[in-house]
Design a protein around this ligand. Structure first.
Ligand SMILES: [Zn+2]
Length: 232
């Protein structure tokens, strides 16, 4: 353990964001292959291409900032692919990543879905009949987490969405978190997967405490069924 800490310290002194070092108790060397980062690569895409979770890729390589990777750097890929090592929690995050790389926004699989994505009767008289997300009925104050790492593109108040957060992810998708009682992030902030971003509330057009969670291909358009990404 001492030796591992020393390696980490040296790495930090050198300013390297990606370490070739990994601790011996995690994965055997024979199970690792090396990948050289090319221009245009993102860690999330590398993870998808190799059937690995982003969290695992980050923890195997001890990456401090997933948004800073450099062309030519080499990263280790665990070719056994079946390992589900839990890494230490950082930045108020919890480990709840699902198999396809998206975490649950409440870390509460099995939560009550009070309204599905798609056509519905307008519950408030103002929200419209096309529901652009899914409503998860939980109590006021329940913590809300980013489903993937990304950058906060909007965080504020909207007459309909209430206190809301929108995150843009490396894969081009946007995720939406509406009706919050409080917001814990601000625009342009980088967030990690499962970072705490706010608390459930009932602000804006809402009939009771719930999280409205949405996902889209463009900012405020191209909404998709969140069930295609997250098992609620
Ligand atoms: Zn909703």
């Amino acid at each position: 353990m001492k030796k591992y800490n020393m390696i980490k310290t040296i790495g930090m002194v050198l300013g390297a964001s990606i370490f070739a070092m990994y601790s011996a108790n995690e994965v055997n060397a024979e199970e690792m292959t090396t990948y050289k980062i090319k221009s245009g690569d993102s860690l999330s895409q590398i993870a998808i291409d190799n059937g690995l979770s982003l969290d695992k890729l980050i923890s195997d390589n001890n990456i401090k900032n997933p948004n800073k990777i450099y062309v030519g750097n080499k990263i280790k890929l665990d070719s056994s692919k079946q390992k589900t090592k839990q890494s230490s929690n950082k930045n108020n995050s919890v480990k709840n990543e699902q198999s396809n790389g998206y975490a649950h926004p409440l870390n509460m699989p099995g939560v009550t879905v009070s309204s599905e994505f798609g056509y519905r009767q307008d519950p408030t008289g103002y929200s419209g009949t096309q529901h652009d997300g899914i409503d998860l009925a939980v109590g006021t104050g329940t913590p809300v987490y980013a489903v993937k790492s990304g950058v906060v593109v909007e965080a504020g108040y909207h007459y309909s969405a209430g206190n809301y957060v929108i995150i843009k992810h490396d894969n081009g998708k946007y995720t939406y978190y509406f009706h919050l009682s409080s917001i814990n992030v601000s625009a342009n902030q980088q967030v990690g997967q499962s970072s705490f971003i706010g608390n459930v509330g009932s602000t804006g057009y809402s009939t009771g405490a719930h999280l409205h969670f949405g996902i889209s291909t463009s900012l405020w358009s191209g909404f998709e069924n969140p069930r295609n990404y997250v098992a609620f």
